[in-house]
Design a protein around this ligand. Structure first.
Ligand SMILES: [Ca+2]
Ligand SMILES: [Ca+2]
Length: 204
C-alpha cells in the first residue's frame, strides 16, 4: 500500500466480486485500504519490482500566492467567485527526478452534505517548469449546479511510480454523494501534459 508518506504497509487481496449495479469487478483487501474521501487515502500496487516511491512528496509547504491567484482566476473563468479558496492540499514533488520540484494544489468549496450547489467546486492544478517558464495544468475540475446533485470532490492520495519508468504518476481520488473512484494521471511530456492512464470506481 502506498500513500503520501510512501510505502505504508502490505495487504492481502480477496477473490473477485462484482460491484452492483455497475458490474465493476472488485477485490477487497485485508487490512482495508484507506479510501480517500475528505482526507487522502491509499492505493495498492501489486507485482512491482522497482522502487514505487523513488522520491517522496512534501506536504508541509504553504502554497505561493501566485499559484493561488491562478486557481482563483481559473474558477472565476467558470463564473465562480472565491478570492480566498479553501486549500485542501499543497504538495511539492520531483516528478521525473530532474531536481526541480513540481507543485500540486487542491482547492475546493464543498457543500455541507456532499450534494453540490452552484457555489461548490473542486479543482486540482499542477504547476511544472517547462524550459524556463512555469506552466500550470488543470488536472481535475468539478463544479456544482443548481439542479444537479453531482459535484466531484478530489484528494491526491499518492504520488508514485506505477509503471517503473522512474517518473511519478499522480493518483487522485474523486468522490460524490453516492460513489467514488480513483484515477492515475501520467505526465507524458511537455507537449501532451497529463493523461488519465488508469481509472476505476463504483457508484450510482
Ligand atoms: Ca521535476
Ligand atoms: Ca511512472
Amino acid at each position: 500500500m502506498v500513500d503520501l508518506s510512501g510505502v505504508a504497509g502490505t495487504a492481502v487481496g480477496s477473490s473477485l466480486r462484482i460491484c452492483e449495479p455497475s458490474q465493476t469487478p472488485m477485490i477487497s483487501l485485508d487490512p482495508k485500504l484507506p479510501v480517500g474521501h475528505a482526507q487522502p487515502g491509499a492505493i495498492a500496487i501489486t507485482g512491482a519490482t522497482w522502487n514505487v516511491v523513488p522520491r517522496l512528496a512534501n506536504s508541509d509547504g504553504t502554497p505561493p500566492s501566485d499559484l493561488i491567484d491562478e486557481a482563483v482566476a481559473f474558477i472565476a473563468g467558470r463564473g465562480l467567485s472565491d478570492p480566498e479558496p479553501g486549500v485542501a492540499q499543497y504538495l511539492t514533488f520531483d516528478l521525473e527526478g530532474d531536481g526541480i520540484d513540481e507543485e500540486l494544489l487542491v482547492v475546493r468549496r464543498i457543500p455541507e452534505d456532499l450534494f453540490g450547489n452552484v457555489e461548490s467546486y473542486s479543482l486540482v492544478l499542477m504547476r511544472k517548469m517547462l524550459d524556463v517558464e512555469p506552466a500550470t495544468l488543470v488536472i481535475e475540475f468539478s463544479q456544482g449546479a443548481a439542479d444537479n446533485a453531482y459535484v466531484v470532490l478530489h484528494a491526491v492520495t499518492a504520488i508514485a511510480d506505477l509503471n517503473g519508468d522512474d517518473k511519478m504518476e499522480i493518483v487522485i481520488d474523486g468522490y460524490y454523494y453516492e460513489g467514488s473512484g480513483t484515477t492515475a494521471w501520467e505526465y507524458i511530456d511537455d507537449d501532451r501534459g497529463t493523461v488519465a492512464a488508469l481509472s476505476a470506481g463504483c457508484g450510482a
